[in-house]
Design a binder for this molecule. Structure first.
Ligand code: MSP
Length: 493
């Protein structure tokens, strides 16, 4: 079997708390690309899920008086619910507590011990007991634990190590030979410099963390949570399946895009490819790191109480408006600031005014002057022809993850249509040159159908509503009747 699917992934989200806008951001990005490709008849495998092991989750569950697994069950359901609410169309939701995943991680770990890339050593570091965690000299504040302010102890603990150092040259070579691997390109240098600075072997097991996957050959160790979680990208795609299942690894791997936030770029662009090299597997084609959202200029955090719940926004403005806003407001890749004011401004101006008004005014005219007669074929549709020529450019923008640029182009087209209507005044045409009215309205309808197509990956609900109203799918039958015009985006005051 050879590769059949275009494979898109999001990170696996920690189950320490409910999903927030940052998680939604990465996941919607993946959904946009997936929908875009699907609309072009590309077969997609889109995987997301939850990262459920580790001392932090264990601690949080304990604080909530819950078993870690029970807690993880609860929160992973919250993620699934949120993705449904935001119209995310994933193919596979993997949890790191899935038995299949755990078994495969155990086997992979043993195989790496066998091939010599994982070895037993001693982890030496500065340890904070209340944290149950090691710190780097540079992380300390005044020589003390940055969290508890207490003295740290120099301790050593038995640990397995992954030979990251062995892959330094190979990684650098890979970055050089595959310029698309590190994306966007302005983030590449940070990774290259990091790799060049000398990679050290990393500790990949813990004896002090019980909420993790135990090693088969030495069960007092559990697998380090990142080592466990990164492997999801292959375990969820069918790697190590014992019986041929519905997912055939060779049809899916290598991943085409891993979407990640910039803070977890090194894990994905350095450690993960080295792990794959050790397994003798091809590397993902692209690791794309996006920026971070702040809220009114501040970092979002639970203690500040300024964490944005995407559900609240979806409730007020609709999921499509949220999807539109976060990808229109900021070039994907860079940091952005979220504010309710800018959301409302964009909603009213771009969605209610520009798109919403255009749509309802055209439909009203189609009703009034044509009694809902729809064009069978685009004939003499001058604007439509011009717009059609824009499609390849829009496609390539989406494929290069330039989502805000694509939306910007679409809105330029919307503005052209609004101006054309203002300028040509069809209501006057109806009186003075009625023979020109029909072709002009037909042209507008074709353009709106095209716009409905263009916005589909970003705003699937709105696109579908538009398509139904515009009689799409029934275009071979002229004179189709449609429902009464509807307001796509009621204004928010
Ligand atoms: N569990 C790890 C990933 C393991 S992948 C093998 C993890 N999880 S996370 O819950 O912290 O979520 C990470 C994702 O959420 C990243 O893509 C990150 O960028 C995104 N965001 C979390 N907060 C964010 C913002 N404030 N802004 C934008 N995205 C941010 O890391």
């Amino acid at each position: 079997m050879s590769k059949k699917y275009y494979y898109i992934t999001t990170p696996l989200y920690y189950v320490n708390d409910k999903p927030h806008i940052g998680h939604a951001y990465t996941t919607i990005a993946a959904d946009i690309l997936a929908r875009h490709k699907k609309a072009k008849d590309v077969e997609i495998f889109f995987q997301t899920g939850t990262d459920e092991h580790g001392s932090n989750i264990e601690k949080i569950a304990r604080e909530k008086n819950a078993q870690p697994k029970k807690w993880a069950d609860l929160i992973s359901e919250e993620f699934k619910r949120m993705w449904k609410r935001l119209n995310i169309n994933y193919d596979n939701f993997i949890r790191t507590t899935d038995k299949e995943h755990e078994r495969k991680v155990q086997e992979i770990f043993e195989n790496m011990i066998k091939n010599g890339d994982i070895y037993l050593g001693t982890y030496e570091g500065l340890y904070c007991l209340p944290c149950e965690n090691f710190f780097d000299e540079s992380e300390l504040s005044d020589g003390n634990c940055p969290i508890h302010g207490k003295k740290v102890e120099k301790v050593s603990e038995e640990s397995y190590f992954f030979k990251l150092s062995k892959y330094e040259d190979k990684l650098l070579q890979h970055y050089k030979n595959n310029p698309d691997f590190l994306s966007p390109s302005y983030r590449a240098l940070e990774i290259i410099n990091f790799a060049k600075s000398g990679l050290r072997d990393i500790s990949v097991s813990r004896t002090k963390v019980s909420w993790g996957i135990p090693l088969l050959s030495n069960p007092k160790h559990t697998v380090y949570v990142w080592f466990d979680a990164l492997l999801n990208y292959i375990t969820g795609a069918g790697y190590g399946n014992r019986t041929p299942g519905k997912t055939d690894f060779n049809e899916i791997w290598p991943a085409d895009v891993h979407f990640v936030g910039k803070e977890i770029y090194r894990f994905h662009a350095v450690i993960w490819p080295a792990m794959l090299m050790s397994l003798g597997l091809p590397l993902p084609k692209k690791v794309f790191a996006h920026g971070w959202w702040t809220f009114n200029g501040e970092r979002m955090s639970k203690t500040r109480g300024n964490v944005i719940n995407p559900e609240d926004i979806a409730k007020e403005y609709g999921a499509d408006a949220l999807r539109y806003f976060i990808f229109r407001e900021v070039p994907f890749g860079q940091d952005g600031d979220f504010s309710s004011k800018s959301l409302q401004r964009r909603y009213n101006s771009d969605l209610a005014n520009d798109l919403g008004n255009l749509f309802s005014r055209v439909l009203n005219m189609v009703n009034k002057y044509l009694e809902y007669e729809f064009p069978a074929k685009p004939e003499n549709a001058a604007i439509f022809e011009k717009f059609t020529a824009m499609t390849p450019e829009l496609d390539s923008k989406i494929e290069n993850m330039q989502f805000s640029e694509a939306l910007d182009k679409i809105w330029q087209a919307i503005s052209i249509l609004n101006k054309e209507i203002d300028f040509k005044k069809p209501w006057e045409m109806a009186k003075k040159n009625p023979e020109q009215l029909k072709p002009f309205l037909f042209d507008l309808i074709w353009c709106l159908r095209l716009i409905a197509d263009w916005i589909y990956p970003f705003m699937p609900d709105t696109s579908t509503k538009m398509q139904i109203q515009l009689g799409i799918g029934k275009t071979d039958a002229p004179g189709i009747e449609i429902q009464k015009s509807l307001q796509l985006f009621p204004r928010k005051l």
